[in-house]
Design a protein around this ligand. Structure first.
Ligand SMILES: [Zn+2]
Length: 318
C-alpha cells in the first residue's frame, strides 16, 4: 500500500529472493459482485483508519503547494484499464513522505509527500508517478488478489483443523469448517488491510504506473530521479541498509524505459567544448545510470547493445 513502505517479506536468516524483472501484461479488471464486495469491505477498514488519522478529501480545484492533485488524478485515471472507478485524492497529516491506494479508488497523500515534492521543485511529473503507482495498485486489484490468497490459506487451515477435531469429536467437518471460516472472516479483512503489498505487486505497480505516466503525457524519467532520491529514506538498520528494494525498483523501471525506447537518445551533435560543470555532472550521472541498467542484460544482447551505443555517444562528448 505505502509508496515508500518497507515490505515485511524478509526474515534476515531466511533471506529474500528478489523478484525477477518481468514485462507485465495489461491488467484485466474483474468487476464481479464478489470482487467489488471485497474491494468495498477492505476499503471500509482502511478508510476508517485514515479518517482517524485526520484524512480529508482534496478539493477538485484545490492547490497544495502549487500541485493540482485531483486534476492530475483524473488525467492519469482516464488512461488506465479501469477508468470507470471514482478515483478521489485525500490528504492526511503525516510528515513522512508517503502515499497509499485503497481498492475502491481512494488515494491518500501525506502532507510530508506534498512538502517533499514541493521542496524538490514541485514537478507535476514526479507527483504523477507517485499517483499513478498508487492508481496501478487499484487497477490491478492487488488487494483482491491478496484477499483470495489469504482466504485460501485460511480455508486450508480450517479444513485441517476441522478434520483433526472431527476425528476426535465426531462432529461434522463441514459445520466445523463453516464456523471456523465465519469466525475468521472479519480478521481476514483486517489482515489484508494491514498486510501491504508484495514486492512483485510493488514492481508491477511501478511498471503499470510509468505506462500511465507516459500515456497521460508526463515525463517518465522524473520517476527515476525520484526513486534514486528515495534510496536515502530506506531504513537505516544494518540489515535493511543493504536491502536492495528501492534500488531494484529504480533499476527495473530504468530497464523497462530502456526497452521501450523512453530513456531518450544521447544529445546529437558535435563535441560540446563549453560544458558547464552542471552539464558534466548530469552526463556523468546519466552514464552511471545507463551502465547500471546495462548490467541487467547479457553482454551483446539487443538491449545491452542499444545502451552501449547511447553510452558511446555520450562518452564521445567528453
Ligand atoms: Zn506501492
Amino acid at each position: 500500500m505505502l509508496f515508500l513502505g518497507v515490505v515485511a517479506c524478509c526474515v534476515p536468516l531466511a533471506g529474500c529472493a528478489t523478484p525477477q524483472y518481468a514485462l507485465r501484461p495489461a491488467p484485466m479488471p474483474e468487476e464481479s459482485g464478489e470482487a467489488l464486495h471485497i474491494e468495498r469491505a477492505i476499503s471500509a477498514v482502511q478508510g476508517k483508519e485514515f479518517e482517524q488519522e485526520g484524512a480529508r478529501p482534496i478539493g477538485p480545484a484545490e492547490r497544495l503547494r502549487g500541485f493540482e492533485v485531483q486534476p492530475l488524478v483524473d488525467r492519469l485515471s482516464r488512461v488506465t484499464e479501469r477508468p470507470s472507478l471514482r478515483y478521489r485524492a485525500y490528504l492526511y497529516p503525516d510528515e513522512d513522505p508517503n502515499a497509499a491506494a485503497l481498492a475502491d479508488g481512494r488515494i491518500y497523500l501525506s502532507t510530508g509527500m506534498i512538502n517533499y515534492l514541493a521542496q524538490r521543485g514541485g514537478r507535476p511529473d514526479e507527483l504523477a508517478f507517485v499517483l499513478s503507482h498508487e492508481i496501478a495498485h487499484t487497477v490491478a486489484q492487488h488487494l483482491v488478489k491478496r484477499y483470495r490468497t489469504m482466504q485460501q490459506r485460511q480455508l486450508l487451515i480450517a479444513l485441517v483443523a476441522a478434520g483433526a477435531s472431527a476425528a476426535t469429536q465426531q462432529a461434522s467437518p463441514a459445520i466445523q469448517q463453516a464456523g471456523q471460516v465465519a469466525v475468521n472472516a472479519a480478521s481476514l479483512l483486517k489482515d489484508v488491510a494491514d498486510s501491504g503489498f508484495s514486492q512483485e505487486q510493488e514492481l508491477e505497480a511501478d511498471q503499470l504506473g510509468i505506462r500511465y505516466v507516459i500515456q497521460a503525457g508526463f515525463e517518465p524519467k522524473a520517476a527515476l530521479a525520484l526513486l534514486q532520491d528515495f534510496e536515502r529514506f530506506e531504513n537505516p538498520s544494518p540489515f535493511l541498509r543493504t536491502h536492495p528494494y528501492v534500488a531494484i525498483r529504480r533499476q527495473y523501471l530504468e530497464r523497462y524505459l530502456a526497452e521501450t525506447g523512453r530513456l531518450g537518445a544521447a544529445p546529437a551533435g558535435g563535441v560540446d567544448t563549453r560544458s558547464s560543470p552542471a552539464q558534466t555532472a548530469a552526463r556523468t550521472a546519466r552514464l552511471k545510470q545507463w551502465r547500471e541498467a546495462q548490467r541487467l542484460y547479457p553482454v551483446g544482447s539487443v538491449s545491452w547493445n542499444n545502451l552501449q551505443r547511447q553510452i558511446d555517444a555520450l562518452e564521445a562528448q567528453r
